[in-house]
Design a protein around this ligand. Structure first.
Ligand SMILES: CC(C)(COP(=O)(O)OP(=O)(O)OC[C@H]1O[C@@H](n2cnc3c(N)ncnc32)[C@H](O)[C@@H]1OP(=O)(O)O)[C@@H](O)C(=O)NCCC(=O)NCCS
Length: 146
């Protein structure tokens, strides 16, 4: 795997990043009608905001990852790299920083959900050492975003 020679900076999300992050998620096909990305960001800013990371090159926001730890497992959401910057090792670097912060918090294992329609993301995570767990994911909505 490559490491980018471009000067990627990884830092915590700031309020001014909101529109660029949402635009990136739209470009990366991560938004869904039942999830309001603005509300997702506001909720994350109330819980472990330091685990919501952005990757920038100069002034441009080109990557995000939203991590969390609830005392048992770490979770990863909204991992995105701008299409024109993909396959340069940036996703790997974003995950390495999220993993470092989760490990520092005492997290023993990371779980994450990938849509079954996204085989590229599954290949990406497998390249980073993630394996498919034999589980069925269940969910229950507690609040409608619409
Ligand atoms: C998934 C994603 C974050 C990967 O970011 P990236 O910066 O392109 O990934 P990297 O360059 O760090 O890739 C590391 C390794 O993962 C694997 N990989 C990455 N993208 C892959 C793809 N599209 N198909 C197959 N393998 C892939 C490769 O082994 C790659 O190493 P290589 O380029 O030396 O072969 C990016 O493709 C993306 O933003 N996709 C759209 C959003 C998305 O699906 N997010 C995940 C939601 S669960």
């Amino acid at each position: 795997m490559k490491h980018p020679s471009i000067p990627l900076k990884i830092r915590a999300f700031e309020d001014a990043d909101e529109s660029a992050a949402i635009e990136l998620w739209q470009r990366c096909n991560l938004t869904r009608p039942w999830n309001d990305p603005k509300k997702d960001i506001q909720r994350k800013l109330r819980v472990q905001p330091h685990l919501f990371l952005v990757g920038t090159i100069g002034q441009e926001l080109i990557a995000t990852v939203m991590a969390g730890y609830e005392g048992h497992r770490g979770w990863i959401n909204y991992l995105a790299v701008a299409p024109e910057y993909q396959r340069q090792g940036i996703g790997q670097l974003m995950m390495a920083e999220a993993e470092r912060l989760l490990r520092d918090a005492g997290c023993p294992k990371i779980n994450l959900l990938v849509r079954s329609t996204n085989p590229d993301a599954i290949e990406f995570y497998e390249a980073l050492g993630y394996t498919v767990d034999e589980v069925i994911s269940l969910g229950k909505r507690l609040e409608s975003d619409n």
